[in-house]
Design a protein around this ligand. Structure first.
Ligand code: GLU
Length: 446
C-alpha cells in the first residue's frame, strides 16, 4: 500500500472533502505496516474498497415552520460498510452537515463498531437542519419530514440509525413514531436511543460518557495512575458531556470546566449533582449557549470566546465536535500540565493536536475507542429488542464494562510498540481495520 498515492486518488474522486480525507489518512497511516504484511489484502484491494462508502442517499426534506413558511433542508444517509453486520450509526442534525462530514463519520463508525465486539456495520446520516432556536413543534415536523424519505432505506436487519449531535431521545421519538406509521412495522429495533417505555435500553443515554470514563480508568490503571481527585475539563454540554461529567464525578474526579460555542465556564469546586442535572436542561433549551450555566450557579465564571482547553486540568475530554481541539489548544494544555486527553467526540482532535500529545508522551486515546460505549449500548438495545426483553441497568452496565475493557485490551494488543509504549491511535485503528478487512476478504469481491 502506498498511502500518498491512495490519498491522491481519493482526493481526486472527492475533492475538498477535508474531514473525510483527514479520517481516512489517519487510519491508513496507522495500518500501513500491518497491511503490508498481508499480501492477501493487497491482492483483494481491501484498502481501496474499504475507504469508499457502499452507498449514499441524499434527499430533500421540506417542512413548515411555526410561521407557516415552507423550509427546505438536505437529508443524507451514508451506508458505509456492512461486512460485519447491518449498517449502524447515528444521525446528526447540525447546520454544517455535508457529505464530507457524514462520510468521515461513517468511515470512523465502521471501525468503532468493529471494536465493540458486536456484529454491526458502519453508517451515518443527518441533515443540515439547525435545531438552534427551533420550537418543539418545528423539531417534530422536521423529524417527521426527514423520516418520510429515510424510512425506505432503514430496517431492523438492514440499517439501524440512532442519535448524534442535535439528535437525542426527543428526535428519535418523533422519527420512530413516523417510521411506524409509514412502514406499518412495529418492531422496536429500527432505531436505537429510544425511550425506556418503548424499547429503549436502560443506560443508553449515559453510555457514551460512562463508557468513555471506563476506558479512561483502564488507561490510567495501566499507567499506574488513579482518577480520584484529578481535575477534568469537558467541552460541550450535550448528552455526551453530561454522561462523562456524571461518571467522572462518581469516580472521584473534579469536573472544573464545561464549554459551549459561546465560551467556557470555570467551576473551581467541581460540578455538583445539581450542575450535572442542569446540563440536559440547558441543551434542550435549544439556545446552544453555556453562559446561563454561570448565571445559575454562583461561584462559577463564564469567559466569552474562550475554549475549554484554556483551563488548567489533569484530564481533557473533548465531548463536542470534530477538530474542536487544535495544535494551539494542545500546546496550551501541555503547558498547563495536562497529562491525559481522551477524545469522547468523534475525531475531536486535529492531527497537529494528536501529534503534539504523542510527542509529549502523555496518555492519548482516539474517539473510535473511547466513545464506542454509545454505539455498543445501541447494539445491546438491538439485542434486547430482538429478544423482546429489557435488561436491568446493572446487566447493561456490566456488559458495557466488559466491552470497554475488551476495546482497551485490543488497543494494547495492537498498539504496543517495541519500546513497550502504547499508541492507542494505532491500536484502535489496526484492531478495527483487521476485523473488517478479514470479514471482507472472506465474503469475496462484492
Ligand atoms: N452517534 C453515536 C456514535 O458516534 C452513536 C451511534 C449509535 O448508537 O448507533 O457512535
Amino acid at each position: 500500500m502506498n498511502v500518498n498515492q491512495l490519498m491522491g486518488d481519493l482526493e481526486k474522486r472527492h475533492p475538498g472533502e477535508s474531514e473525510y480525507l483527514q479520517a481516512v489518512k489517519e487510519v491508513l497511516e496507522s495500518i500501513e505496516e500491518v497491511y503490508n504484511q498481508h499480501p492477501e489484502y493487497e491482492a483483494a484491494r481491501i484498502v481501496e474498497r474499504i475507504v469508499e462508502p457502499d452507498r449514499v442517499f441524499t434527499f430533500k426534506v421540506t417542512w413548515i415552520d411555526d410561521a407557516g413558511v415552507p423550509q427546505v433542508n438536505i437529508g443524507y444517509r451514508v451506508q458505509f460498510n456492512s461486512a460485519i453486520g447491518p449498517y449502524k450509526g447515528g444521525l446528526r442534525f447540525h447546520k454544517a452537515v455535508n457529505p464530507s462530514m457524514l462520510k468521515f463519520l461513517g468511515f470512523e463508525q465502521t471501525f468503532k463498531n468493529a471494536l465493540t465486539t458486536l456484529p454491526m456495520g458502519g453508517a451515518k446520516g443527518g441533515s443540515d437542519f439547525d435545531p438552534t432556536g427551533k420550537s418543539n413543534a418545528e423539531i417534530m415536523r422536521f423529524c417527521q419530514a426527514f423520516m418520510l424519505e429515510l424510512w425506505h432505506n432503514i430496517g431492523v436487519d438492514t440499517d439501524v440509525p440512532a442519535g448524534d449531535v442535535g439528535v437525542g431521545g426527543r428526535e428519535i421519538g418523533f422519527m420512530n413514531g413516523m417510521y411506524q406509521k409509514l412502514a406499518r412495522q412495529y418492531h422496536t429495533g429500527v432505531l436505537t436511543g429510544k425511550g425506556e417505555t418503548w424499547g429503549g435500553s436502560i443506560l443508553r443515554p449515559e453510555a457514551t460518557g460512562y463508557g468513555a470514563l471506563y476506558f479512561v480508568e483502564y488507561m490510567l490503571r495501566r499507567a499506574g495512575k488513579d482518577i480520584k481527585g484529578k481535575t477534568v475539563v469537558v467541552s460541550g454540554f450535550g448528552n455526551v458531556a453530561w454522561g462523562a461529567a456524571q461518571k467522572a464525578t462518581e469516580l472521584g474526579a473534579k469536573v472544573i470546566g464545561v464549554s459551549g460555542p459561546d465560551g467556557v465556564v470555570l467551576i473551581p469546586d467541581g460540578m455538583t449533582t445539581e450542575m450535572i442535572d442542569y446540563l440536559p436542561v440547558l441543551r434542550s433549551s435549544n439556545q446552544n449557549i453555556v453562559e446561563p450555566f454561570a448565571k445559575k450557579f454562583p461561584g462559577t465564571t463564564f469567559t466569552a470566546g474562550k475554549k475549554a482547553w484554556s483551563i488548567k486540568c489533569d484530564i481533557a475530554l473533548p465531548c463536542a465536535f470534530q477538530n474542536e481541539l487544535n495544535g494551539d489548544d494542545a500546546a496550551e494544555l501541555l503547558k498547563n500540565g495536562t497529562w491525559c486527553c481522551a477524545e469522547v467526540s468523534n475525531m475531536g482532535c486535529t492531527p497537529e493536536a494528536i501529534h503534539a500529545f504523542q510527542k509529549a508522551g502523555i496518555l492519548f486515546a482516539p474517539g473510535k475507542a473511547v466513545n464506542a460505549g454509545g454505539v455498543a449500548t445501541s447494539g445491546l438495545e438491538m439485542t434486547q429488542n430482538c429478544m423482546h426483553i429489557s435488561w436491568a441497568g446493572q446487566e447493561v452496565d456490566e456488559k458495557l464494562h466488559f466491552i470497554m475493557e475488551s476495546i482497551h485490551e485490543a488497543c494494547v494488543k495492537f498498539g504496543t510498540g517495541k519500546d513497550g509504549k502504547i499508541d492507542y491511535v494505532k491500536g484502535a485503528n489496526i484492531a478495527g481495520f483487521m476485523k473488517v478487512a478479514q470479514a471482507m476478504l472472506e465474503q469475496g469481491t462484492i
